[in-house]
Structures are given as C-alpha cells and as structure tokens.
Design a binder for this molecule. Structure first.
Ligand code: FAD
Length: 495
C-alpha cells in the first residue's frame, strides 16, 4: 500500500485513496468524506488537483474525478473578525456561494450496470432514513430491497448535519424515540462494525429570557417524569458544566449528561454496507423521475436508469419528498428551509456538551477531532432549496458564539456549508400509508432532528412493513392528520 502523502493536512496517503476506491467510494465527494482529504487547514487547495488526478489515473470514470465542491471562506478567518461584521448591513439571506451540483445535479459519476427489473420494496433516498430502513428490513428477512439515491450517499441533509443526538424533547413520543435511538447509537459499532464516534458529553440548553426558561422548566419536568436525568441549572450551574461560558445573559439552563454527538457519515456507510451484505441493492447516482400507479395501487418507479417494478415504494427523499410525492399525484405539506453550519480548526478537547441557546437558535459542540461544529437558524430565511453559503450566516453565528464563549474569538473558521431542513406544519414527521395510493409509503418531514430519530423510526417502520406489529407513531404521524386538522406539535426545535 502506497504511503505517499496525498493530503498533508489530514495525513491521507495514496494507499488510503486506493482503500476507499476498493470499498466502492467511486466519486471524489465520497472519497473526500471517507478519507478526510481536503478537509484540513488548506481547505483542499494543495491536495485536490493531485487527488482528482490520482483518481482519474486509477480507473475511476472521468466524471468521478471532478473537483469536489469548494467550501467558503476562501481562507481560514478568526471568529472574532467575523463577529465584528454587522449582519444587518449584509441584508436578508441571499443565495450565497452556490454549490456546483446544487445538491441534485451530481455531475460526478454515471453508474455502471443496470437496475434489477423488479423488487419487493424500492426506497427513494439514500439518506439516513432510507438506508436505516433498508438495513432494518433486511434484518427482518425482507432482503428484496432497492435504494435509489440521486447522488452520493452523504449528499442530502444526512451528510450535512450537526450530529446531535438528544433525549431532551417536549413530547413523550419524541423522548421515547430519541431514547431508543441513543441506545442504538451506542450499539452501532458493535452491530455494524463502523465507529460512529459517539461522545456523550450531554446537551446544555441555555435560556436568555424568562419565557424560554419557563419552556425549559416544563420540558425538564416532563423528561424527569419519564426517567431522564435532565436537571435545571442556574447560570452559575451552567458555568460549572462549561467553565468558559460567559453567563451574564443566561437566565436558566437545562442539562442532560446522557445526550451526545455523533459523526454522521459513518452511520450512512454502516447502514448501506449492512443492508448490501444482506442482499439489498444500494443504487447511487440514480434519480427517480416517475411513479407508475394503476387501479389506486403503486406498480413501478421510473428512474434515469430505467424502470423498476415494485410492490412497495417508500418516499424517504428528505426535503425533496414533496417532489417525489408529486410524481404520484400526492401533495405533501413539507417545505425545505436552508440551514447553515460551519467547522473551525481543531482545538485541544475542552468542551463537554453540545451547547444551544434556544432564544437565538445557535448550537455548537466539539467533535472528537477537536473542531467546533455549529450552526444557527435564521428566521428571515425563506423556504426553498437554496444551499449556498452566506457571509450573513458567518457574521451572525460568530457573534453569537463569541458572546457565549469569548475564549473562542481567535479560533479560525475552516469551512461552511448548508443543507435543507424538511419542515412540516407541526414539526413532526410524515410516516406510513398514503391515502388513495396503496403501496406508497411516506417517511419524511424530520425538520432538524431526523438524524437522531432515524435509528428508532426505521426499526418501527420495518417492524410494521414486515408484519411484526404497528407502533402508534404510524397513526400519530400519518399524512391523513393534516386533512383532519390534527396537528402533532413539537416546539423544542433548535434553529
Ligand atoms: C445544517 C443541519 C444541521 C442538522 N443538525 C441535526 C442534528 O444535530 N441532529 C439531527 O438529528 N438532525 C439534524 N439535522 C436534520 C437531519 O440532517 C435530517 O433530518 C436527516 O438527515 C434527514 O434524513 P433523510 O434521510 O430524511 O433526508 P436526506 O439525508 O436529505 O436524504 C434524502 C436523499 O434523497 C435523495 N433524493 C432526493 N430526490 C431524489 C430523487 N428524485 N431520486 C433519488 N433520490 C433522491 C437526496 O439526494 C438525498 O440524499 C440537521 C440538518 C441540517 C441541514
């Protein structure tokens, strides 16, 4: 195996590239994610051309060796400098620095071979939902499954999120689901052989107003009744958890030591490989373009690689789910909203919990690699599939994080990116049957918490599809609720 360095910042060798290619990571975006090349301090400037060239020479199709999407800022910039910018002078959220593939363009790779002619279950979307479901179906003996993914596996929100896994929720249902997911996260490496870098440093929610403090108190009480270890803290108590915190604006806090953070990408690789080992087909760079229905029953799904007859089609296309549903003449109420996020240079480990200020929607945590990873919602953001990166976000986030932890002022931002929240009218998902189309199932609308809910929700979906019982979430969160005017509100949303 060649030890020649391909990426000096992240210590990636040509041997590592070869190992990634041998595992089937056959396009530059996937190789970047699997090996980490191009994610260090030089932001890929010194290694990208060489790696793209290496990939081209070593047998990957020409399109697969295209450069990966460049990430702003152009050079590492200190949070303090960005915090000095006035976000209001930067105007409302604009398109920002565009992404080459606008998420669903994907020039990177044409798949080889043909699709199977038919299958029992086809799943649109190779994000965490689709892949976890494929794996859980296979575990229950339903292995005739095909996952159809328009891009590479981490292309959607599942490859773009903050990796937060928390049990601090408002509704009993979400507390139950998150608890189960956390248990599954703990066992993921053992079951699927992939390290997901789970770190249970807790979640510290900060309130900067009495109204938010009261909301925290109410949900903490509910969580404690259900057996969680959440406690309310004073500003001083919050400082004991994070000594670097500037607590002058903190009115109250809620802390749960069991919550944590994961590295999202290995979840997708683990579920995909686990499903494929059991016989499922994971078809990347395969876009669904049509749905065939006759006699009120779903018959087939049409893709840019041909037609696939199926008994059941699951719509797990995240923010794009309404578009997929529309192919079947079905209207979903979900709306996509851009959410931006960034990562800094790595620091010595110092920050235990993920910290979130509910008043302004900022959250940040320290990854196992030492970077600060954080995002912030923007109430001025209009709905849409925009995923460009903005200076407005850098300014707002930097100001908010430096206000919280002034010690971070000199730390440099390395990369920013964005993904879409998949937002429903009540912040709860849409699961199960579609009225009027037998065989068409929904699994979308997970707003900003689908990553942490997926392991538990996929188990329950798979149980039901395999005839092993129907959990109440299939009724509570069905599509029919909107027509009935029955909303299942969850308001403990970050951002
Ligand atoms: C910035 C940000 C931070 C977040 N932080 C967290 C967090 O800390 N914790 C948490 O739990 N959640 C978080 N989330 C939310 C979480 O990422 C999502 O809820 C979750 O990943 C949704 O998974 P999914 O599989 O439903 O969708 P996705 O991951 O978006 O997957 C859908 C897939 O469908 C594919 N697709 C679309 N149309 C088609 C088509 N026509 N044919 C074939 N394929 C198609 C897309 O390419 C995509 O890969 C965050 C989201 C964002 C954007």
């Amino acid at each position: 195996m060649s030890k020649r360095i391909a990426c000096a910042c992240e210590d990636v060798t040509e041997g590592d590239l070869a190992a990634a290619a041998a595992l089937g990571f056959g396009d530059v975006e996937s190789v970047k994610r699997y090996t980490g090349f191009g994610t260090g301090f030089c932001q890929g400037k010194s290694c990208l051309a060489g790696v793209a060239d290496w990939l081209g020479v070593h047998g990957l199709p020409r399109e697969a060796a295209a450069p990966f999407t460049p990430r702003p800022p152009l050079a590492p910039v200190a949070l303090r400098e960005l915090a000095a910018l006035d976000p209001d002078s930067l105007g409302p959220p604009g398109p920002g620095v565009p992404e080459e593939d606008a998420i669903l363009g994907f020039p990177h790779r044409r798949p080889e071979g043909s699709l199977p002619e038919r299958c029992a279950v086809a799943i649109v979307g190779g994000g965490i939902m689709g892949l976890a479901l494929a794996y859980d179906l296979c575990r229950r003996g339903m292995t005739d499954v095909v996952v159809l993914e328009a891009g590479y596996l981490c292309a959607g929100a599942s490859g773009r999120n903050g990796g937060g896994v928390r049990t601090q929720w408002n509704t009993e249902t979400n507390i139950r689901l998150a608890r189960r997911s956390l248990a599954l996260c703990r066992g993921f490496a053992r079951e699927l052989g992939v390290n997901v870098w789970l770190r249970q440093g807790g979640y510290l929610f900060l309130a900067q107003s009495d109204a938010v403090a009261r909301r925290l108190e109410a949900s903490t009480e509910r969580q404690r009744r259900l057996g969680l270890a959440t406690t309310m803290l004073t500003a001083g108590g919050a400082r004991e958890v994070v000594p670097q915190l500037d607590d002058r604006r903190v009115v109250a806090a809620a802390f749960n030591p069991d919550d944590g953070v994961v590295f999202p990408w290995p979840f997708l690789w683990g579920y995909a490989a686990g499903a494929a080992r059991r016989g499922a087909h994971i078809e990347t760079f395969t876009r669904v373009t049509g749905v065939e229905i006759s006699g009120g029953r779903l018959r087939a799904v049409v893709t840019d690689r041909g037609r696939l007859a199926c008994d059941v089609l699951v719509n797990a296309a995240g923010a794009w789910s309404p578009r997929v549903a529309a192919l079947a003449g079905v209207k979903l109420p979900n709306l996509p909203y851009r959410h931006e996020i960034l990562v800094t240079e790595p620091l010595e480990s110092f920050l235990g919990p993920l910290v979130s200020v509910l008043d302004d929607g900022i959250y940040f945590s320290q990854s196992m690699r030492g970077e600060i990873v954080g995002g912030m919602g923007d109430r001025a953001e209009p709905p849409g599939f925009e995923v460009g990166s903005t200076l407005r976000f850098l300014a707002r986030f930097s100001r908010a994080i430096v206000d919280c932890l002034p010690v971070l002022g000199g730390v440099k931002v390395l990369r920013q990116w964005a993904g879409c929240y998949d937002v429903t009218p009540d912040n709860s998902p849409i699961l199960g049957e579609t009225p009027g189309v037998t065989g068409f199932l929904q699994m979308s609308g997970f707003v900003g918490h689908g990553f942490m809910m997926a392991p538990a929700v996929a188990e329950l979906m798979a149980d039901w599809m395999a005839g092993r019982g129907r959990d109440e979430i299939l009724d509570r969160f069905n599509l029919g609720r909107f027509a009935q005017g029955r909303l299942e509100r969850e308001d403990f949303i970050i951002g």
